[in-house]
Design a protein around this ligand. Structure first.
Ligand code: HEC
Length: 342
């Protein structure tokens, strides 16, 4: 059934209010009467019912949904993927509170935004009658009525002081379809976006996103096939043990090596083990157990690789010296320690 839009322009608020009263008596429902005005008249001044607003309730529901989302992101994920540290699950309260605050605010704001749009039946696709004089202070009353009532409504407007009238026929069903289609498209887009996100997140859709990690020079060489060391390469990190043969000595105990070792020993070891290596230094008293006597039999009985490990990794009160001595220097020191034997 075709509807007719009739727009009447008024100068004053009082005749406008009267007209609305009469239209209502005629049986035109309030939602079919639109008052347009550049001046913000309150509904009561025009004899109209105060519209019931549900934005506050919708926002509250949004806040609740935000809270649930936040609880899922914090506690829900801890339950789904427990990360235990020292036998305890990680449920840090302060960051959780911040996340909850954020999601509650986000839920509230989205709900208020879309609630307001929905309640005002936005976006408006229907071409509504309008007259530019409304911006100049005139009050426009737009009534949407069935064609049968059109003439009657028009004369009511005219009799009550409408100084200008316009009429247009519209088909309401088509406009509703467009509004539904709009919101269906929005909902569809949201669902599609969410679905694609989940598909990517759970590796159903495998997309190789570029990561800087793999492009770094420092890690790039780890990616490719491992190449074995050239045949003539000499291991410098420790003795090589080949079946049935004695451990190879990376730095032979030459006079030069012992000389270098003596020098390095006085810099890095003597503070604790004493200049003579016998464990007597001004610092010895501060250690329990004391720095060992390197000249003693039990220590000289240690293999080269055992001493190498003590220097590299430390042991008990003995700190690791890996940062003070390079691998070759450690062997120089070991060669020197051997000369201390009683
Ligand atoms: C900060 C003081 C300190 C310095 C510097 C230090 N040591 Fe020690 N070292 C110790 C102490 C203390 C121990 C006894 C550790 C224990 O048994 O808990 C020890 C133990 C050792 C042992 C015996 C480990 C074992 O298996 O019992 C060796 C060998 C040794 N040091 C060699 C060296 C050499 C070589 C250097 C120089 C590169 C060096 N230390 C520098 C404090 C030091």
């Amino acid at each position: 059934m075709a509807e007719v839009q009739i727009l009447g322009l008024f100068h004053e608020a009082t005749p406008t209010a009267d007209t609305i009263g009469i239209l209502r008596q005629l049986g035109v429902p309030d939602e079919k009467i639109t008052v347009m005005s550049g001046i913000p008249y309150r509904p009561e001044m025009l004899g109209r019912p105060r519209p019931r607003r549900r934005v506050a309730l919708i926002s509250l529901i949004g806040a609740g949904l935000g809270l649930l989302t936040g609880l899922f992101l914090t506690f829900g994920i801890f339950l789904l993927y427990p990360l235990e540290q020292g036998g305890q699950p990680i449920t840090p309260i302060p960051p959780t509170l911040i996340i909850l605050f954020e999601t509650i605010m986000l839920g509230t704001m989205w709900a208020a935004f879309f609630g307001l749009l929905g309640e005002n039946r936005f976006p408006v696709f229907k071409s509504q009658l309008y007259d530019p004089r409304i911006t100049e202070g005139h009050i426009g009353v737009l009534a949407e009525v069935e064609a049968a009532l059109a003439d009657q409504v028009e004369s009511i407007l005219k009799d009550n002081g409408a100084h200008h009238l316009r009429r247009e026929t519209s088909s309401p069903r088509r406009t509703d379809v467009r509004l539904t289609a709009f919101w269906a498209t929005v909902a569809g887009a949201v669902v599609l976006l969410g679905a694609v996100t989940l598909l990517i997140a759970y590796d159903v859709l495998k997309i190789r996103f570029p990561t800087n990690m793999a492009e770094q020079d420092s890690t790039a060489y780890l990616q490719g096939p491992r190449r074995s060391a050239p045949a003539e390469a000499i291991p410098i990190q420790g003795p090589v043990l080949i079946d049935g043969q004695p451990a190879s000595e990376p730095v032979p105990a030459s006079a030069e090596s012992v000389q270098r070792g003596k020098e390095l020993f006085s810099i890095t070891c003597a503070v604790c083990h004493g200049p003579a290596g016998d464990g007597n230094s001004p610092l010895s008293g501060f250690f329990t157990p004391r720095p060992v006597d390197l000249t003693s039999t039990p220590i000289q009985d240690l293999t080269d690789s055992e001493i190498y490990l003590v220097i590299t990794q430390g042991r008990g009160g003995m700190p690791n010296m890996a940062e003070n001595l390079g691998p070759a220097e450690r062997w120089d020191v070991i060669n020197y320690v051997r000369t201390l034997a009683k």
